[in-house]
Design a protein around this ligand. Sequence first.
Ligand SMILES: C[S@@+](CC[C@H](N)C(=O)[O-])C[C@H]1O[C@@H](n2cnc3c(N)ncnc32)[C@H](O)[C@@H]1O
Length: 203
Amino acid sequence: MRKIILRGLIYDIFIEPLLKSIKEWIARFIIQHDLFPALDICCGTGKQSHLIAKDRQDIFGLDLDFKMIQHASSKYPQIPFVCADAAHIPFQNKSMKAVVISYALHEKPLDLRIKILEEAKRLLSPEGKIIFVDFEKSWNRKSRLASLFISSIERMAGKEHYRNSRQFLKAGGLQALVKTNRLRPTERHDMELASSSIVVAEF
Ligand SMILES: C[S@@+](CC[C@H](N)C(=O)[O-])C[C@H]1O[C@@H](n2cnc3c(N)ncnc32)[C@H](O)[C@@H]1O
């Protein structure tokens, strides 16, 4: 039990600072476009939900890891966090105006990625937006250097995580995922120092 809560703390200390500006950008986007209710799928430590929430109640975080949900809830008690599988999300059809999936698809096997996307599609209202953040194939010198660093971190996350992550990049990264699933991108921001991009899309 302590080990898993420790994982939340380690994520807060070492990873969250690296993702700060990305999460702030996503929060600003959702707030400016008034995309509520919103759901952060695979929310981890809950930081993204917290940045989006400000004083609102209609933002939800969902994660399968109960200890991660406990960690998020203890930090942000005003936010409803749900412990559930992203392949079977307990919300109604068309109930969300925004769904965020941040650094959560690359580590999953292909069939689970597809199920999560199907769930996101089911949950979004017709004008809803899906906001992805994930790794891309490196495209210049800076992103190549970043991807070397990221690859060493991914290796530490375990064999299966690393294998799925390699497969994700081999298949073309986030850009290819959006294309193969026939999503319509409306905005994209490449981040060379993270070898990643943010993609806002519609189904
Ligand atoms: C790399 S973390 C990303 C966390 C967060 N989105 C971020 O950007 O910081 C991936 C998260 O996915 C969660 N997860 C893994 N499999 C899941 C599943 N089937 N359903 C829901 N969450 C899952 C893990 O518990 C973990 O918190």
